[in-house]
Every structure is written in structure tokens, then in C-alpha cells.
Design a protein around this ligand. Sequence first.
Ligand code: SF4
Length: 662
Amino acid sequence: MKTVVCPYCGFGCKLLIGEERRRVKPYPGEPNRGKLCPKGLYALEFVFSKDRLKRPLKRVGSAMVPISWGVALEEIANRLLEIRELYGPDAVAFIASSKISNEENYLLQKIARLFGTNNIDNCARLCHEASVHALKLAVGTGAQTNPYEDLERFGVVLIWGYNPAETHPVVMDYLLRAKRKGAKIIVVDVRETRTMAFADHRLILKPGTDIVLANAMANVIIREELYDEEFVKTRTSGFSEVKMGVMKYTPEYAEKVTGVPAETIREVAREFALAGSGAIMWGMGLTQHVSGVENVLAVINLALLLGYIGEKGGLYPMRGQNNVQGAAYMGALSEFLPGYVPLTDERFRKRVASLWGVEDLPTERGLYLTELWEAIENGDVRALYIVGENPAVSEANFARVREALRKLDLLVVQDIFMTRTARYAHYVLPASAFCEKSGSYMNSERRIQWSHRVCQPLGDSKPDWEILTALGRALGLPGFDYRSVEEITAEYFKLFPELEDRSVEELKTGEGIFLPRKRLHTWEFATPDGRARLIAVERISPWEEPDGEFPFVLTTVRLISHYNTGEMTLRSPSLLRLMGEPRVLINRSDAERLGIHDGDWVEIETRRGKIRMRAKLGGVPEGLVAVPFHFKANRLTSEALNKAGTPEFKFSAAKLRKLRSG
Ligand code: SF4
């Protein structure tokens, strides 16, 4: 049996798949230790779906007709070069994928930058880019600081706006072991989640008030002198500003704003501080707000006040897709070169350029994924090359995105299925699925793991790295003569000092390689002065508040058996059987007032549009409705962006109407 990285979440489980490709077994070693969730167990089902794309397609009128690879790539390259000639390189944009390998992301950003643009981005922009920005500001690196194994040795785990029981089920195994060893588990969320079932403290706060709660906890920690004075003095800066900033956030004030009782805030702050070591894990509940960066800074402050970093604690922004961390490390972001190095770092930029056989690379920040739609509307972007992403469903206010896709002079989609986005394309290129190709992936704990090929690509589909190598050649770019995926791995290794002495063979046979190392900031922070920064933050109100016309707050949530825009999980019969029909969660009192019963059809409307769904009563506080993210929720969501370019998926003003009985 061969080891293959799970194609779903960022936890990064390894699967064992035999040559007969009938069964998936869990890998007994790290990181999943013999466990898998249903998505991993049934991961082969979508691979053999009848819907898989098998030949390149070209739009002719309203039809998509098959063409050869040679003709497709030549025509695409010629159109891209024509558009560059007419409008300049920034009229072209590339969207990378958090589901393809490191090598493939590395190649796509190499193509973009050699083509002359930094318009290269990936869906990290939609989830944890706010964490990256906040972590870089506070501790100097933009990723999870500690391995999963550390969760079991800390005294407390604070889980904030994150529901691992649905999103990263195997994490629950680590958390349950931590709890058995005596760790206290505190969960903060806007609704009752499955993760709360085993928590010691469950704090349900009003949506959009995270900063107030975090600042009130900091207030208690500082006023009661529970913070680690030595750590704060020797390893951080900014204490006095934070101390002054949080003084007005008393627990009594926070109770009024957040709805969490003042006494609970005190109790939880004390328990968190007195545990002696602790982790903070967070998810989209913090980042997908206009205050996303500030929300994350507010919870990082709690860890820094207590010295919960390095050996005594860790910061865990839990990543969504299986290679979202790798895509970012490989430079598939519009503001960073590989390794999160800013474009303005001339020395590193020229080093990358020289490795690629050119003198320099573009220095201006490219467009964020979420800024592309306006740029297309304005005619600034004329061509879009998308690998493995489905913005027609995944972007906030997707009706606007679909209109923008229609306006493009050239849209190329490289994917395994005819996605909702691919329907707008001029060319569709069939890519191979995860087990039909080899390559490396980086999970949330920054562990690079090798995924082995277990079967041949279906039909005429090709691994993404082969398609991109051919595209690079067709565009006449230097350095696209790769004969194997391992040659690309060896090339990206050269950009990371920690990987220079490591071999691809080692990656293939071992338990993976942590980049840059297993535990960060043990002695020093990666900031210019080596100190972490405590940064005072004030509450930022949501972009739109509920009012008389739209009295509810709408939030989006994840389901255990579905993933992202559902293209893979909706083609898995076993997962469909497990999950049943998605439903909107409505509070019982709200439902009673509106005459809605369990199973009734309701219409949910925001200023962007409306959708219909059956109701499920309970699980949310009064005034809140929760819609599963995976299907059509983004017809409703708000595209207001935070400083990192992430939309406010977690907060829209909405109204509800009963349509008919279920
Ligand atoms: Fe795959 Fe994540 Fe489930 Fe593991 S927890 S099997 S990585 S989806």
C-alpha cells in the first residue's frame, strides 16, 4: 500500500491506498495515528465519478468541444501573450489552488511572476489570510507555531471561533487525549457547536464581539497580575499600550456587549492564566470578519501576556484545505514571494529571479483574489487562469463574481470536474486527481509530506505540474524543462535554507519535514528586534448591522461530511448518505414567532440575494441564523473585506420568511 495525503482538510492525514484502489486505510504514524474522518475514508469515491473531465475542451459558441492538448496549450499561450501585448502583464491574473501540491503551486506562481505580474493568489485569502497578517505583525511568522503533538502537553486549550468536530475531526482525538491528561478545554463561539460537547467552559458570545471578550480576559489577567511578568518584560514590547487599551473592557462592560456573564469571563480568564501552559486554536469564526486581523491580534495578546508560546504554548490557526499552508509557503500569494518573504525584499527577490534565469521580478503587490472581480468589471483584468478553485460558488456575493467571469476575454479553468466556474470558461483543462500524481503537501502544522501516486491519470487528464510545465514552455518562459515532479521539489528546496541539506528521498520515506522547524519562537521571535509585539486593538463594528428590514444576523458554518464548494463531496455517495440534506439553523423562539416548524421550507434573504432551504430548529441563539457554507450560502454573504482581503462571510444582516410546510 502507498501513502497518499488526504485531499480534504488541512489537518493532513495520510491515507494508505492499495493498487486495487478499492479501500482506504488510515496511516498508523504521524499525524493521524491510525484515525481518519468519513471524508478521508471515502476519498476515492469522487475520483471514479462519471463526471470526471477526461479531455481538454474549448468553447465554440455555446458548446464545449474536445480539442488536443497541443492545440489547447498553444491557443491559450497565444491569447495570454496577445492580452499582455495589448494591456500589459497585470491584465492577466492567476488563481492557484490549496488542493494541488507544493510543486504545482510553486510552478503557477513562477509562471505568473515570469510573465510579469504578481496577480497570483489562492483561497487562503478567503480564510486565514487575516491570521497570517496578524501573526506576522505580532510574532514575525504567519503560520501555526507548534505541532499537533504539543496539544497533549498543555494545561489548557482555548478554542475560539473554530469547530474541529466538523472541520478537522481528527483533531478531536488529540483534544480528547489532552483532556484525559488533565487539560481544560474552553470553547468560544457564536452558537452551540459539536466541539462544545466535551468542553469544560462554553462561552457563547454575540457575533462580531470577539475583541471585546478577548480584551476583557486581558483586562482580568492584567488587573489581577496573572500575566508572566518576566516573559512580558524580556520577550515582548507594547505592554503599556495594551494595558491602557484594555482597562475600559471590564468584564461588566463586556457582559453588556458580548452577552457572556462577567463572572464567567473572570473565571475563564483566571483558569486560562493559571494553567501554566496553553494553546489557542482558532478558525474562520475569528478571521472572516471586517475586524479579522484585529480579532486575531486580540487573542494572540492573551498568549503573549502569559508566555504561552514555544515550549509553554502555541498559536494554532487551523488551516482549511489540505495544501493551503503549502500554497502560501510556495508564494502563491499576491504580496509574498515563497516563504512569506515580502516582494520588497530585494535580496531575496533577486535570488529567486536568478534561480529562475532572469534579472528581477515584478515588485508591485498584485491583486488579492477578492479584489479581482472589481478589476474585471473595470476592464483592468482581461484574462484569468484558474487552477482547482471554484470562485463562482466560494466567493462572497457570488452573483457579482459570475457576472465578472462572463466579461473576461479569456477564462481558463484547470480542474478535475466541470465546476460551476468552469461553465464560464473558454478553455477547460482536465487535471488528474490527488491519487493519480505524486508531490508534496504541507499541513497546518507546517509538516511537508509526500503523497505517492497509486494509479494512472484518468482518460487524457494530466497532473497539474505537467500541464503547467507545458504552459510555461508554450509561453516561452525560461526554466520549464522539468522531466519529473521531483525536479520541481528539488528546485523549491533551494529557496529555503532549512531545506538545502534535505533530500526528496528523505521526504518520501520519513514522517515529513517541518518547515522551518517543529516549534517556532522558542528563544526568539522573527521580528526585527526579536521581541513579540503586544498590539492594542479596539472593537470594529461589522460592515452591516441588522435593522428593521433585515433583523437577523446570518453566519456560515461547515458540515462534517462536506467540503468547500462540494464538488468532491457531492460526488461521494457514502458522504451524501451520511449527511442528508443541508438545513438552515434557526432559533426556536424566532421560529415560533415566524410560524416556522422543523423541516419547513424558508427563504433567507440579504441585500445580495435570496436562497431557499429547509429549516432545522435549535443550535443558535435568538437573532442568529446559520447556513452551511458549501452550497449556495455565498449568494447571501457580504463582500466587505478586512485588512487582509478576506470577506465578512460570518456576518450579514438577513431576513427570513416561511415558504411552505415541510
Ligand atoms: Fe482528511 Fe481532514 Fe478527515 Fe483527516 S481529518 S481524514 S485530513 S478530511
